[in-house]
Design a protein around this ligand. Structure first.
Ligand code: PMP
Length: 390
């Protein structure tokens, strides 16, 4: 049977940059002790009290079809949280609950783009972005950034494509770069969106992981609430990656359309997961800081270690659970370096090239193993880079 072009063409061909990761997994299956600094997932599991709430919600009977838009209680909680964090008036009518941020990204593009519309995204990018945009029927267009600008997009680079585009997807704090967009960057982006009548899709799943500067949600900028769809998630802020609970915040009519989309696709998120998410969000900022603390600590550790050598460059690590390291001094591509490091020292990192051409000659290091092992791996990585550069 002929499968649809849409499904066959989702990834645009190629390996999608997961080869080093898959090789590391094969080595682990063969019994090799690999330090994995690849996947963006906490080394802790969901906290027991959240699981207890999930269990009691299920025992209370919240196991049937849940309300498709999300429970009133979770939508109200998310709305209040967003309003408190941004100052933008937000009610439950501005919120739809989705099965994770990933489903939110897809749905947001379904709302913003007609088939064939151009959807812009910033390179380097979270690995699913181009496929998500294609899946929604849009034509993805990468906007290149430069290591020299700490991967903050330049207005003129966006303007080269914005006139005919339907949407622009941004992500701050950023995966894979660890950069937090400056207010000036976001103001310039907002200006382009207003002038060229673009939807802004703002992926803010790392908004509780900011080490330097501040997180500004562009929905709060003048004239932006009506054209911004914010994608949020419980995954990173509350170590609930497996629970698949996220949301989209946006204009009421668009949220109403997205609820209709949910009715015809996901049919909502399990009620016991939503109840546990309300409980988790009620734990407040201190709890969220606890979840983020290991990454904050390891980022400080990394800054210290990397300051004692000058072969490996560190892109300003301002937020999220990643470091973007410049290994161009070795003369190797990020991919060649990642394979070399895996073979020589059994340390797995992601090649920068996996996240787009702008991150060539870089590697992404996830700060997702315990502190001592993390520090050892970074020291080994730097020593390895020094030998290769010599
Ligand atoms: N956006 C970014 C930038 C991510 O890194 C991730 C997960 N790694 C997601 C969205 C999706 O996360 P989830 O579906 O678990 O909410």
């Amino acid at each position: 049977m002929q499968r649809s072009q849409r499904i066959r063409g989702l990834t645009g061909g190629g390996s999608d940059g997961w080869d080093v990761f898959l090789k590391a997994r094969r080595m682990i299956a063969d019994g090799v002790d690999v330090t994995e600094l690849t996947i963006g997932e906490h080394d802790i599991r969901t906290a027991a009290p959240i699981l207890q709430e999930m269990h009691s919600a299920a025992m209370r009977g919240h196991t049937g079809y849940a309300a498709v838009p999300g429970t009133v209680s979770l939508r109200d909680t998310v709305a209040a949280r967003v309003q408190a964090r941004t100052g933008v008036p937000t009610t439950r009518d501005n919120v739809v609950i989705t099965p994770g941020g990933q489903a939110g990204l897809f749905a947001a593009h379904m709302a913003a783009c007609d088939p064939g519309d151009r959807a812009l995204y910033i390179d380097p990018y979270y690995a699913t972005y181009p496929g998500t945009l294609r899946g929604a029927g849009a034509v993805p267009q990468a906007i290149r950034t430069r290591a020299e600008d700490a991967f903050q997009p330049r207005a003129e680079a966006i303007r080269a494509y914005s006139r005919d585009a339907a949407s622009l997807l941004i992500n701050t704090p950023n995966n894979p770069t660890g950069v937090v967009y400056a207010d000036a960057t976001l103001e310039a982006i907002a200006e382009i969106c207003r002038e060229d009548d673009l939807w802004l899709i703002s992926d803010e799943v790392y908004d509780t992981q900011v080490w330097e500067g501040r997180h500004l949600s562009p929905r709060a900028l003048p004239g932006m609430a009506e054209r911004t769809l914010v994608v949020g998630s419980m995954s990173k802020s509350h170590a609930m990656t497996g629970s698949r609970c996220g949301w989209i915040v946006g204009p009421e009519e668009t949220i109403a359309n997205l609820i209709t989309l949910a009715t015809h696709t996901t049919y909502g998120v399990p009620g016991y997961i939503q109840d546990a998410s309300v409980f988790a969000l009620q734990q407040g900022a201190d709890f969220e800081a606890q979840i983020a603390a290991p990454f904050r600590r390891r980022r400080a550790l990394a800054q210290d270690l990397l300051s004692r050598q000058n072969t490996v460059g560190l892109i300003p690590a301002q937020g999220a659970m990643y470091l973007m390291l410049d290994v161009r001094a070795t003369g190797m591509t990020g991919e060649a370096f990642a394979y070399d490091l895996l073979e020589a020292h059994h340390i797995a990192v992601m090649p920068g090239e996996s996240f787009g051409a702008s991150a060539a000659g870089h590697i992404r290091v996830a700060m997702t193993v315990e502190d001592a092992a993390f520090a050892r791996a970074l020291e080994t990585l730097c020593a390895h880079a020094e030998r290769r550069a010599a």
